[in-house]
Design a protein around this ligand. Structure first.
Ligand code: AMP
Length: 576
């Protein structure tokens, strides 16, 4: 462990990535055969491999009490050292050095002994039992080794190591192609195991294994629709972004397990999903979202919260908050009856979706009345920023958070926050506006008046002032009905644009309020979308300019600065 601690120190002191890689590669090459895996796992700042369900369960209070005892100081001294370093490992080292802590070097624990102690701490029950094992371990460590142990335990390595760098060092140490190391890492989900495969030249044997959760593919936030189309376009796939709990489902025969985003086994919390999946004839791995769902309606996230973290939900909770598994991806598939599961990670999303749709998932609310536990994510495509914004409004209209925009050709990249998936952020607030103008829409909305210009009330001057324009997020039936109404209440026509009687109130969602000279109000909404009609509200009760100004101050304190900065840069106020 001492050598590992020293390596960590040297890596921390080096800023150049290539130098860090060299140091690590040298270390890996000379590592003890049965300690290579442990060293690699520790280097990613973990006491156990990532997909391992275990955690030591040592809290700060327990740890600091034990450390103070070993150093023979009171906890205040340790806290003072922590305040100086903002790092528990360095603070402890300092306190131990000052205390003259110098155990017999021959007793210094080896990596495997440290790993064994971590396992014992994990299985010990109660803080006192855990503290005793921990204290005995630290007592054997010289100050520098103790620093390393603490850094691993606190997950606070601060040596600038990402898993990618450890993979690069493994490739270099054992002269393997980096892609092979990454691929194996992705499949086995354990950097320690990957290290051994790289050393032994057996990276190709890495396979997708059922009941070993893969890291989840992540999405990058996107600034706006135009940026999304620029990055992924021209044609993008658009799914609703559901506000639930991400879950990976593994199935072999009648055994079904669910894993959370942090790779924990959450199977026991969702017995109805497990029961609903057991009889499917294939084996494989799905990616999806658990949603509260009752009588055909998605329940708000707050309802689902009652089930979060519950290992054994009561019959009452199961009845109050039933869930549905909205599947949006398939990561591996086998024919059942013990067939090996073929990874689908490299297949394009188009193929994975086709496979998913062919799985015969029993859908909730299906016509056959069987009442399955599954749903498939709502999927459409878009080929322009306008279409994407329209889809956003529609997703919001279905009461979902927003959109996940996906590159139809993209592979499934576990654990990567790449640009294959982009998420369109949820709105911060909504305001109720009066529709003052309408236009015919584009695409499938070309025959209907679906683009609305809307306004808020300027009470001081007793008038309506425009604040934005958006593509309707209403249902086709609502749009048809509103088109008839607007045709009948057109005040004047200016080419495509109609000024209409200001009576219809709509709830408009947006991301940011900006100052803008484009609209009469002096404000503009970024990402405005019409969330719903407010037939219950007369125009006199629409939101006011004063409210908008207040929201501008409250919600986006940075917006003013953004405008100023842009103006200084000579580009004027940013337009939505
Ligand atoms: P965020 O949590 O804001 O980073 O957004 C990403 C999360 O959105 C994912 O981890 C999923 O839990 C969730 N999500 C909801 N709907 C989808 C979808 N259709 N595709 C992928 N992820 C989704």
């Amino acid at each position: 462990m001492r050598r590992w601690s020293e390596l960590a120190e040297r890596v921390a002191a080096t800023t150049r990535t290539s130098a860090k890689t060299d140091l690590l590669a040298d270390y890996f090459r000379s590592a003890d055969p049965d300690e290579l895996a442990i060293a690699a796992v520790f280097l990613t700042g973990r006491a156990f491999p990532e997909a391992d369900q275990r955690a030591t369960g040592l809290g700060w209070a327990t740890m600091s009490a034990a450390l103070a005892a070993v150093a023979g100081v009171d906890r205040a001294a340790l806290t003072a050292a922590y305040d100086r370093f903002s790092d528990l490992g360095l603070a402890l080292e300092d306190v131990l050095v000052t205390a003259g802590h110098a155990p017999d070097p021959a007793a210094s624990p080896r990596l495997r002994e440290v790993a064994a102690s971590f396992s014992q701490i994990e299985s010990a029950s109660g803080p006192a039992a855990k503290a005793a094992i921990f204290e005995a371990l630290i007592a054997r460590c010289d100050p520098s080794t103790a620093r390393g142990v603490i850094k691993v335990l606190s997950g606070d390595l601060r040596i600038g190591l990402r898993e990618g760098l450890v993979e690069a060092a493994l490739a270099k140490a054992f002269d393997r192609p980096l892609d092979s190391v990454k691929r194996a890492g992705m499949l086995v989900g354990d950097i320690g195991r990957t290290a051994e495969l790289a050393r032994d030249g057996t990276l190709e044997t890495a396979a997708l294994e059922l009941f070993h959760p893969l890291k989840f593919m992540l999405a990058s936030p996107a600034e706006d629709a135009a940026e999304i189309v620029r990055r992924l376009g021209p044609l993008v796939w658009v799914e609703d972004k559901y506000d639930g709990i991400r879950a990976q489902m593994h199935k072999r025969g009648g055994t079904v397990r669910l894993y959370s985003r942090d790779l924990h086994d959450i199977t026991s919390g969702y017995p109805e999903v497990i029961a609903g999946a057991q009889d499917l004839i294939w084996d494989g791995i799905l990616d999806g979202e658990l949603l509260g769902f009752r009588d055909g309606v998605v329940l708000p996230f707050v309802a689902l919260q009652a089930r979060l973290g519950r290992k054994a939900p009561t019959p009452q909770i199961l009845a109050d908050v039933p869930v549905v598994y909205v599947a949006f991806d398939v990561l591996g598939l086998g024919g059942g009856a013990g067939d090996p599961v073929r990874p689908l990670l490299d297949a394009p999303l188009t193929e994975r979706r086709r496979t998913l749709e062919g799985l015969g998932l029993p859908l909730a609310g299906a016509d056959d009345g069987a009442g399955g536990i599954f749903a498939l994510s709502h999927l459409t495509s878009a080929d322009s920023a306008d279409a994407l914004e329209g889809a956003f409004s529609e997703a919001r209209g279905r009461r979902n958070e927003g959109l996940m925009v996906k590159d139809p050709g993209s592979p499934y990249s576990p654990g990567r926050r790449g640009y294959g998936w982009l998420k369109m952020k949820k709105a911060l607030a909504t305001i109720d506006c009066v529709v003052v103008g309408v236009e015919v829409g584009h695409g499938k909305r070309h025959g209907v008046l679906s683009d609305y210009t809307f306004a808020v009330r300027d009470e001081a001057n007793d008038r309506l002032v425009t604040i934005g324009k958006a593509y309707s997020g209403l249902t086709d039936a609502e749009i048809a009905e509103m088109t008839r109404w607007f045709e009948e209440h057109t005040v004047s026509r200016h080419g495509r644009y109609r000024v209409v009687e200001p009576s219809i109130v709509v709830e408009v969602a947006f991301d940011v309020i900006l100052r803008s000279r484009r609209h009469q109000s002096g404000f503009a909404l970024r990402f405005p979308r019409i969330a719903r009609l407010r037939p219950d509200k007369p125009a006199t009760e629409a939101d006011t300019l004063e409210t908008v100004a207040r929201l501008f101050e409250e919600l986006q304190p940075g917006a003013e600065r953004l405008v100023t900065a842009a103006a200084r840069a000579g580009s004027g106020a940013p337009e939505p």
